[in-house]
Design a protein around this ligand. Structure first.
Ligand code: 1Q0
Length: 214
């Protein structure tokens, strides 16, 4: 059954990331951004303390949506075509942000790094003991991924916000896929799709030496 309008459903996020990968292992930006929109909706439902995170995510999603709906939308159909187009046209700042501060390549890189956090976090949530603290799972996942790219003040604010996360079971319930046990099964199904998107992107960016874009 479809979730109520406006409510978060893990299922929708899952199907967006699933639909993002084509048979030729391309990543379609439309579904990819739809997946991110769904995640932000979820983040917003957790309370205002997370708004500094969701604002940044939304700003990045909007940058990408404007490329995807713009004059060059054909070039922004897949991640692969975007990378090829932006590199061939000199639209990517490689050393420092100057002429092209908001290239698609650097913007997706930020979301891509956050996807690694999500992968670790969901895996942690899925395999943790019932009484585990979500804030601990979240902090551990963050420290093992995104934290390396954030200055001290952002790390501090993020860690404080994580303390406001609901318990593991409450968290599994707001995913809107049934009981906590059913949510755990769903997470097991969802993760390979998220991992696949992550892996393809990582490989593409490594190939073109884009993993450290400013
Ligand atoms: C559930 C708790 C959510 C925790 C999210 C962890 C991420 C913390 C990130 C803190 C970001 C702070 C704001 C600014 C950062 C930027 O400086 C940084 C770099 O960009 P730039 O332009 O300055 O170079 N931006 C980023 O690193 C992007 C961060 C995007 C974070 C998006 C997080 C979206 C989270 C969604 C909640 C998912 C909940 C999962 C459970 C749902 C089940 C599918």
């Amino acid at each position: 059954m479809a979730a109520a309008a406006g409510a978060f459903s893990l299922r929708e996020v899952l199907s967006a990331f699933q639909a993002a990968v084509t048979e030729r292992r391309e990543v379609l930006l439309g579904p990819y951004l739809r997946g991110w929109r769904g995640l932000v909706r979820f983040l917003n439902s957790l309370g205002a303390i997370f708004s500094f995170i969701s604002k940044d995510a939304v700003a990045k999603i909007q940058i990408m949506e404007s490329y995807c709906g713009g004059e060059r939308r054909e070039e922004y159909r897949t991640l692969q075509s975007m990378v090829a187009y932006e590199l061939a046209s000199g639209l990517v700042d490689i050393q420092r942000r100057s002429e092209h501060p908001d290239s698609g390549c650097r913007t997706v890189l930020r979301l891509h790094r956050a996807l690694r956090w999500l992968q670790l976090f969901l895996e942690g949530l899925r395999t943790a003991q019932e009484d585990s603290k979500t804030s601990t799972i979240c902090t551990d996942s963050y420290n093992a991924s995104l934290a390396a790219y954030h200055p001290w003040v952002v790390r501090k604010a993020a860690t404080v916000a994580f303390c406001a996360l609901p318990s593991r079971n409450a968290f599994l319930e707001i995913m809107n896929v049934g009981t906590p046990e059913e949510a755990v099964v769903m997470l097991g199904d969802a993760l390979p799709h998220i991992s696949s998107v992550y892996g393809i992107t990582e490989e593409l960016y490594a190939q073109h030496k884009l993993l450290n874009l400013p």
